[in-house]
Design a protein around this ligand. Structure first.
Ligand code: GLC
Ligand code: CA
Length: 601
């Protein structure tokens, strides 16, 4: 496989590890997977998430679009990924960048037309790439025709497509509205003298899933996209769909006592949630070879199996929030603990989630997405001297765990947080409205803005960096959000020609995972769990035993390997820096953010 790779001519370290990979690759790959039970394409896939607004602008209006993505399919193909997950591309007034859908079968005007979509899907399938869309069905836009009808009168046939609370009953019991300045999930609508429910902004009214007509509408819409050939759905806040429509009073004390202080756990425990997912499965999902992944908001290790176990006949995978929530100060809005996060806890969380799915179900792993800051800034170190090594280390981690990796576009380039100084630079409803909330309560706005430099979602939404031309080659117009000024050096064009770039490292790591079932299905075991700097683990499948060593610190030190590796009795499979790890007497010198994987003989 390395014959096609120009980096062969580069550092000896790379040459030697490529040779090693060649050896493995010459064996028939399917034979290497034989005997593995419950194989599924979505377990073996690497998913690449594309935020369409920021990937590539095809018509110069400053907003990424479908034609732009189609024009870059060869790039996506070159990464070696199997599946692309696109954030919502449907008609939307964009209160929350497409997570407020006004027509589930139409394409957002700024993104193009249904013909552009058909072309994109065709281009992907021609290249052997699958396409997963975003199902945003907990809520619609308030500009959806259903809601317009629903709000028009209390007797309108669409009235019970949404949740209404008549004002003559008094104020409805509190429910959270995530993106609202006053934090309330109910909005008063004078037209019919009633409140409607919205767990996010008032522009995102919650659909009433207790109404069978609503479920049928959603299921028909899913079939529409599956019949077009779409390969799956990522399901936005799907655990929230079912509600106790008596809307009992829930106090903060209830949440603290029963749900560990976490409202989302309450929202994810609606009475008919799993009935509806089963119905969705039997009505729609079971009829297609597609993958599903729930945004596991409010899902805990104790409830996860209910969503994904094969014998439940519901969904395939979910992603949890425990990992990405680590390190923020409690009770504050996404403000990092100045000490950073604790690696020992990080290891505990990811090891726990591995064990959750060890015998049943299947996990996912991610460190960044459109709701998260850039993984390099949040989990690595974006100082220039550590950017490359720590970015490659995180890539090594994501692609060597037993779980389907969801890799966020731009992370392969080592893109980092833009760290805006002013609220005016932000576009995200979450940051803007939280700013207003803090302003209204007389809070410390400067402190908030400092925190947002690490935690804000817009950090992960800046335009993809293609080259060093104006606006990083993303658009010929004015980008909808600022481009990170580091695009002059951090971009695809520069990294293509550098054999040691983070981009080429990502490609190499994807290949390594795809070619070696031990990285996909092998048993995971955490070693040296209390070490505050090193994350070490083995992956074992049959006779193969691979050891992953990740130095999450900026220190150089000698490390005692917590497994038996006899001198010379190992093969180096990948290494993220030029210094080749030499293991002698079970010890190895680790450089800052060094990551390597060996196969133990
Ligand atoms: C999910 C999406 C997020 C969106 C929210 C409301 O968390 O990932 O981007 O703002 O749901 O739809
Ligand atoms: Ca455009």
């Amino acid at each position: 496989m390395c014959t096609r790779l120009f980096w062969l001519l580069s550092a000896t370290m790379l040459i030697s590890s490529c040779k090693l990979m060649d050896k493995k690759d010459t064996k028939d790959n399917s034979a290497r997977f034989s005997g593995i039970p419950d194989r599924k394409w979505w377990k073996e896939a690497v998913v690449y998430q594309v935020y369409p607004r920021s990937f590539k602008d095809g018509n110069g209006d400053g907003v990424g679009d479908l034609k732009g993505i189609t024009s870059k399919l060869d790039y996506i193909k070159s990464l070696g990924v199997d599946v692309v997950w696109l954030n919502p591309i449907f008609s939307s007034p964009n209160a929350d960048n497409g997570y407020d859908i006004s027509d589930y079968r139409g394409i957002m005007k700024e993104f193009g037309t249904i013909q552009d979509f058909d072309e994109l899907l065709k281009g992907m399938h021609e290249r052997g790439i699958k396409l997963v869309l975003d199902l945003v069905a907990n809520h619609s836009s308030d500009e959806h025709e259903w809601f317009k009808q629903s709000r028009s009168s209390r007797t309108n046939p669409y009235r019970d497509y949404y949740h209404w609370w008549p004002a003559e009953k008094g104020k409805p019991p509190f429910r959270p509205g995530s993106f609202e300045v006053d934090g309330s999930g109910w909005r008063f609508d004078s037209l019919t003298n009633a409140y409607y429910l919205h767990y996010f902004s008032y522009k995102q009214p919650d659909l009433n899933w207790e109404n069978p007509k609503v479920r049928k509408e959603i299921f028909d819409m899913m079939k529409f996209w599956f019949d077009k050939g779409v390969d799956g759905f990522r399901m936005d806040v799907i655990p929230f769909i079912s509600k106790d429509t008596t809307f009992p009073v829930i106090t903060q004390k209830d949440i603290d006592e029963k749900y560990n202080g976490d409202w989302s756990q309450y929202l994810a425990s609606g009475p008919h949630l799993h009935d509806y997912l089963k119905e969705m499965n039997s009505e729609v999902l079971s009829k297609y070879d597609v993958m599903t992944v729930a945004e596991g908001a409010g899902v805990t290790a104790a409830t996860a199996h209910n969503f994904v176990d094969a014998d439940r006949n519901e969904l395939n995978m979910l992603y949890h929030f425990e990992g990405v929530s680590l390190g923020y100060l409690p009770g504050q809005f996404k403000h990092m603990d100045p000490k950073g996060y604790d690696l020992v806890q990080f290891k505990e969380i990811y090891s726990k989630w591995d064990s959750v799915f060890e015998y049943k179900g299947w996990g996912t792993i991610y460190l960044g997405n459109h709701d998260q800051p850039r993984m390099l800034t949040r989990w690595g170190n974006d100082a220039p001297e550590f950017r490359e090594a720590s970015s490659k280390l995180l890539t090594t981690f994501l692609l060597s765990m037993r779980a389907t990796p969801y890799y966020y576009f731009g992370d392969e380039l080592g893109m980092n947080n833009i760290k805006f100084d002013k609220i005016e630079d932000y576009r995200d409803i979450e940051s803007i409205n939280m700013y207003k909330t803090i302003q209204n309560s007389g809070g410390d706005l400067q402190y908030f803005l400092e925190g947002q430099k690490i935690g804000a979602r817009d950090n992960g939404r800046t335009p993809f960096q293609w080259d060093s031309s104006a606006n990083a080659g993303f658009t010929t117009g004015t980008p909808w959000i600022k481009v990170n000024p580091n695009y002059k050096t951090i971009n695809v064009a520069a990294e293509e020609s550098d054999p040691n770039s983070t981009l080429n490292y990502f490609r190499k790591m994807v290949k390594l995972r795809k070619a070696n079932p031990v990285l996909i299905y092998g048993k995971y075991e955490l070693l040296d769990k209390n070490n505050p700097h090193v994350y070490a683990y083995t992956r074992v499948l049959g006779k193969e035993k691979w050891l992953v060593i990740l130095n999450f610190s900026k220190e150089t030190f000698e490390y005692k390997i917590p497994a038996t590796v006899n001198d010379g009795q190992y093969e180096l499979m990948i290494n993220n820096i030029t210094q080749v790890p030499e293991i002698k007497d079970n010890k190895v010198k680790l450089s800052p953010y060094q990551a390597f994987i060996i196969a133990i003989k």
